[in-house]
Design a protein around this ligand. Structure first.
Ligand code: ADP
Length: 220
């Protein structure tokens, strides 16, 4: 497990988003420097991450002492305190950190973060709200939408397609979607091919235009 400079990251703000992110990075083999200005929170995470420190991230001197300018990747996971979020992002930008990710609580907040130097902005509440909307009204089990109205969904095999191979059903030409993966009960996911015959209870990963995958998932 090679740990190059790319697998080191600094995570600033250990709220719900930042703490989940920091723990997942560690799980995936990254070295993580976790910072928060609340001592109790930092104490809680000191065993879980590579390094945890109490710091006010809006203060460039404090960050310098912690070697933050040496990092290639930083995540600003401060949400509600807009001033701290914006100042921290601009300090990281002054350090010329090549990959700055920042969490925003609104689109306007996100635009400001981009202005002050964030390379990637995430809107977790906003995105999750949109995503759950698709699940609430349809029969999909999971839904991810990419740009250009393109989606990847997890859904049960529609009854109309059970008992036939994917090639026979002409899923792609008839419904405009591609079945990418298939999971039988008690098995893991495998790739689907033209010869894959769908069975009742199969779980599918389907890709295509949002409208088409939703229509396919709604077939009974
Ligand atoms: P979430 O919604 O993910 O829980 P919050 O906005 O509630 O996010 O949490 C942000 C975290 O960032 C808090 O733990 C807070 O203490 C921390 N934080 C806020 N301002 C600063 C700052 N200037 N320096 C360091 N950490 C900060």
């Amino acid at each position: 497990n090679h740990k190059g400079p790319a697998s080191r990251a600094v995570v600033i703000g250990l709220g719900r988003f930042g703490s989940s992110l920091a723990l997942e990075l560690v799980e995936r083999g990254s070295e993580v420097l976790a910072l928060d200005n609340r001592p109790l929170l930092v104490q809680q995470f000191s065993d879980a991450v590579t390094h945890a420190a109490v710091a006010d991230s809006t203060d460039p001197e404090v960050l310098r002492q912690l070697d933050v300018p040496e990092f290639q990747r930083a995540v600003v996971a401060i949400g509600d305190d807009l001033e701290a979020s914006i100042l921290t992002t601009s300090v990281l930008s002054d350090f010329e950190i090549p990959h700055i990710w920042a969490k925003a609580v609104s689109r306007q907040h996100g635009r400001i973060l981009e202005r002050v130097g964030a390379h990637r902005v995430v809107l977790p509440e906003h995105d999750m709200g949109e995503r759950v909307a698709h699940l609430v009204t349809g029969r999909m089990l999971d839904y991810i939408e990419f740009e250009d109205d393109y989606a990847l969904v997890k859904t049960r095999a529609p009854g109309a397609a059970v008992g036939h191979s994917l090639g026979e059903t002409k899923v792609r030409s008839k419904y405009g979607v591609t079945v990418v993966g298939i999971k039988r009960p008690n098995e893991g996911f495998t790739y689907a091919t033209q010869d894959t015959v769908l069975e009742r209870g199969d779980i599918l990963i389907v890709s295509g235009r949002s409208h088409d995958v939703e229509r396919f998932a709604d077939l009974t």
